[in-house]
Design a protein around this ligand. Structure first.
Ligand SMILES: Cc1ncc(COP(=O)(O)O)c(C=O)c1O
Length: 377
């Protein structure tokens, strides 16, 4: 059997990983500033994470949601404390798309409405409603186009007010900081106003923190930079450092009904222990402090790189916009300098999502690599 060939791949295959580094099958060492699409939050192969998973696996790895699982309560408790979101309940699932799928379904159950407001360049996943609220026609099949979605420009509050005024909107879904779209984000004024209008018009505000959450922006959630409280928050990626998991944080004012949502794998023992150990490490190693420190350092150092037009994003969710397309630069970074980075819908933007414990020395290596490539152009 061959693979269903959907992914454009770099010709690298990895056999080992530690901290911010990965090694390929020829033992070449790479600096990983991308973490497999922002998944690696605590660094690869963290010993506490490995031990916790090994120990759990030797006791019980999986059982479905038909028995009590105290690990789910422990995870919810820790997540509430560390994120400052104690006034939410947690539903566990398996991926980012599934988190958004459940969030949108829940908003529709609660409001009994079905139209969703999303934004230009948004990315929310590839399943049914999640892909429908994703602003990319190429990945929407005819079956997905049955959803009622209106896309609006970011930061145009007039249009948001106008659409919500029609009274048929179940939810507004928005990324804290756009990832795939290219690191654009709403202003504090915009987020605050959207929050207010949603409340007035009885539509739910869903914050997609799948990429921007879990400490990556320098606060636990990136919407916390804007001092708002969403109705629903979706999480995945950095949550268990590569173990598949997703979650939906639902404001306590919305009550659960038995059978309303569900999944076989969601919240299993192994996934929970992986997620709990990530929170332990974020807390014990003060990773959010490191994010803020490295962000400030990066902002200074990047000024020494030629041809940089703009730095976008926050914390360690960063986009470096050049005055040229970055496809060749990314290839040179991988194959000549041995550094992994990411792209986005904006072809001139290099996206980096390093582990939250990246060091200044590793940032220096990246800056020097950029200078070397760009000065040899
Ligand atoms: C903001 C955002 N939402 C949702 C998703 C979908 O997550 P997953 O690929 O785990 O389904 C992604 C993935 O890149 C994302 O960046």
């Amino acid at each position: 059997m061959n693979l269903f060939d959907v992914y454009p791949l770099y010709d690298v295959s990895l056999k080992k990983a530690e901290g911010a580094y990965v090694w390929d099958e020829n033992n070449t060492k790479y600096l990983d500033l991308y973490g497999g699409h922002g998944v690696i939050s605590i660094g690869h192969s963290h010993p506490h994470y490995i031990n916790a998973i090994k120990k759990q696996l030797s006791n019980i790895g999986f059982y479905s949601n038909s028995i009590q699982n105290p690990l789910q309560h422990e995870l919810a408790q820790k997540l509430g404390e560390l994120s400052g979101c104690e006034k939410y309940n947690l539903f566990l699932c398996n991926s980012g798309a599934e988190s958004n799928e459940n969030a949108l379904k829940l908003a529709s159950f609660i409001t009994k409405k079905s139209r969703i407001i999303s934004f230009y360049n948004a990315f929310h996943g590839r399943t049914s409603a999640a892909v429908a609220v994703t602003d990319n026609k190429k990945i929407n099949a005819p079956i997905n186009l049955q959803q009622q979605v209106t896309f609006l420009p970011l930061n145009d509050i007039g249009l948001v007010i106008h659409e919500l005024g029609k009274g048929d909107v179940a939810a507004v879904i928005i990324e804290g900081i756009q990832g795939v779209g290219g690191l654009d984000e709403g202003t504090t004024k915009f987020f605050k106003k959207v929050r207010k209008v949603c409340k007035k018009k009885k539509a739910l505000l869903i914050l997609d923190e799948i990429q921007s959450g879990y400490g990556r922006s320098g606060k636990f959630f990136s919407f916390q930079h804007h001092h708002i409280k969403p109705d629903i928050i979706t999480i995945a990626k950095g949550m268990a450092n590569g173990f598949p998991i997703g979650g939906v944080l639902i404001s306590k004012k919305y009550k659960a009904k038995k059978g309303m949502l569900g999944t076989t794998f969601g919240g299993n023992h192994l996934a929970c222990i992986a997620a709990i150990s990530v929170l332990d490490i974020i807390e014990k190693e003060n990773l959010m402090d490191n994010v803020n420190k490295i962000y400030q350092y990066f902002l200074e150092e990047i000024k020494t790189v030629p041809k940089v037009k703009k730095v976008k994003g926050k914390g360690l969710m960063l986009g470096i916009e050049f005055d040229f397309e970055v496809k060749d630069l990314r290839e040179k970074l991988i194959f000549e300098q041995h550094i992994f980075t990411g792209g986005s819908n904006n072809k001139k933007l290099l996206r980096i999502l390093p582990p939250l414990n990246i060091t200044k020395d590793q940032i220096d290596d990246f800056i020097n690599a950029l200078k070397e490539i760009i000065s040899n152009e």
